[in-house]
Structure formats: structure tokens, C-alpha cells
Write a protein that binds this ligand. Structure first.
Ligand code: SAM
Length: 225
């Protein structure tokens, strides 16, 4: 998807905020190189023996949701992408403390990682509370664009699922419009509670609990047809 001579527009804010605590900084030096996915093209299902499927979390923030999903599904290879260094450091702490062997972390732009994955190599993808970019002139920075939907449709295997969540009403509408325009994607909601109530397997992060948006959290579950 991405053309190296025209990198996609930056969709994230800061790369680093407060200083990283010494223990987490040490994990950046030791654990991160050990669980970074390989350079170049690779199939995520080959990163762990007996991994029937691979999931991707885009913009995992502090990694709480990613770590919880990995702990709940030890047989699934969970790939995460996040350029924010403090977030990566925090996620490494969760991986270390919980002894998770099924997490791989790309400390950079998810689009760069996605371009290296083969078609239909993911069973699930999560985009949870992405940076809202609410101002009109900034909307082109939103992670969710027609191109991203096409890339997710390429990567998620038929029957696989994509979950998007946001508490910004305009971003929810924007996302729904783009997914529904894809012939390869079906919105699974049948009743209002399917998008108004957090799915049973959702794990709320501290960021989500801050409720920084302009509406209650909305959860959109899609299926690759
Ligand atoms: C508002 S935070 C939410 C974090 C987390 N998903 C949660 O719910 O707590 C959005 C995150 O997406 C990350 N992000 C933005 N653009 C990204 C991209 N292109 N690839 C990967 N992560 C990205 C940001 O760095 C930020 O940490």
C-alpha cells in the first residue's frame, strides 16, 4: 500500500513525552529487539510455533488491551504497532510482567508494518480510540481512510473481524461510511446495543476511561466477507 517515496501523512501526535522509567528503558534495550517482527515481508503466523491465527492491534497506546488479549489467547500471535515510545515502553512492561510469549511489537507506523504482511494473514484487527483529529483540515491525518480500509480488507482473511472504537461521533460516522463502502466488509451490528455496549471481550484502557471524546464510546465490529 505505502510508497516509500511518498510516506502516508502522519496520523500520530508525539513520539515521546515524559522520560521513560529506567526499568522500561532497559526493556526497550533488551526485550524490544527480541520481540520486534523481522525486517521485510513476513507471515505473522510463522512467528510462533502452533499459532493458528494472528491478530493485529493498531495504535495500542500503553498496551493494556493488547496484553490482555494476548494473555486471554495464548495460542494467538498478537502483533502490535505503535510509534509513541512511552506507549511501547509501557507495553513492554506488561509483556514482561505477564510473561507473554505471543506478542510482537512494531515500534513504528502500523501502515509500514501492514505493507509487509501477506494477503489474508490476519484473523482479527483492532483500531481502538485512534487519534481523533477532529478539526476539518486535520481529518486527512486520521488513521482510518479509504486506503486503510482497503489494506485491512486485503489483510484480514474471509470470516475474520475488524474492531474500531471511538468516542468521537464524527470519527464513528466517518469510519462507518468508509467501511460500508467496501464490498469486502460487512458491519455485524443487528441492534443498537451491538455498537453502544462494549463487546464482552473488550478490555478498556486508562486512555478510554478518560472519556476525552464528544460522545459515549461506540464499538463497530466488522467482518471480512
Ligand atoms: C488516542 S491513542 C489510543 C491508544 C489505545 N488504542 C487505547 O485505546 O488506549 C491512539 C494511539 O494511536 C497511535 N497511532 C497513531 N497513528 C498510528 C499509526 N499510523 N500507526 C500506529 N499507531 C498509531 C498513537 O501514537 C496513539 O498512541
Amino acid at each position: 500500500m505505502s510508497d516509500p517515496s511518498h510516506p502516508p501523512m502522519r496520523s500520530y501526535g508525539r513520539l515521546k513525552s515524559r522520560p521513560i522509567k529506567p526499568r522500561q528503558a532497559a526493556l526497550m534495550e533488551t526485550l524490544l529487539p527480541a520481540i520486534r517482527p523481522p525486517a521485510g515481508a513476513f507471515d505473522p503466523r510463522t512467528l510462533m510455533a502452533d499459532a493458528p491465527e494472528a491478530w493485529l492491534e493498531i495504535g495500542f497506546g500503553g498496551g493494556e488491551h493488547m496484553a490482555a488479549q494476548a494473555a486471554a489467547h495464548p495460542d494467538v500471535l498478537v502483533l502490535g504497532a505503535e510509534p509513541f515510545q512511552n506507549g511501547v515502553a509501557s507495553a513492554l512492561r506488561h509483556v514482561d510482567e505477564q510473561g507473554l510469549s505471543n506478542v510482537r511489537i512494531h515500534d513504528g507506523d502500523a501502515r509500514e508494518l501492514m505493507a509487509r504482511l501477506p494477503d489474508a494473514s490476519l484473523a482479527r484487527a483492532f483500531i481502538l480510540f485512534p487519534d481523533p483529529w477532529p478539526k476539518g483540515r486535520h481529518k486527512k491525518r486520521r488513521f482510518l481512510q479509504t486506503e486503510t480500509v482497503a489494506e485491512l480488507a486485503r489483510l484480514v482473511a474471509p470470516g475474520g473481524r475488524v474492531r474500531f472504537a471511538s468516542d468521537w461521533a464524527d470519527y464513528v460516522d466517518w469510519t462507518l461510511e468508509r467501511f460500508l463502502a467496501s464490498p469486502s466488509i460487512r458491519w455485524t451490528a443487528e441492534r443498537a446495543d451491538d455498537w453502544r455496549v462494549a463487546p464482552a471481550d473488550h478490555v478498556a484502557t486508562r486512555y478510554e476511561q478518560k472519556r476525552l471524546g464528544d460522545c459515549a464510546p461506540v464499538f463497530l465490529d466488522f467482518q471480512r466477507v
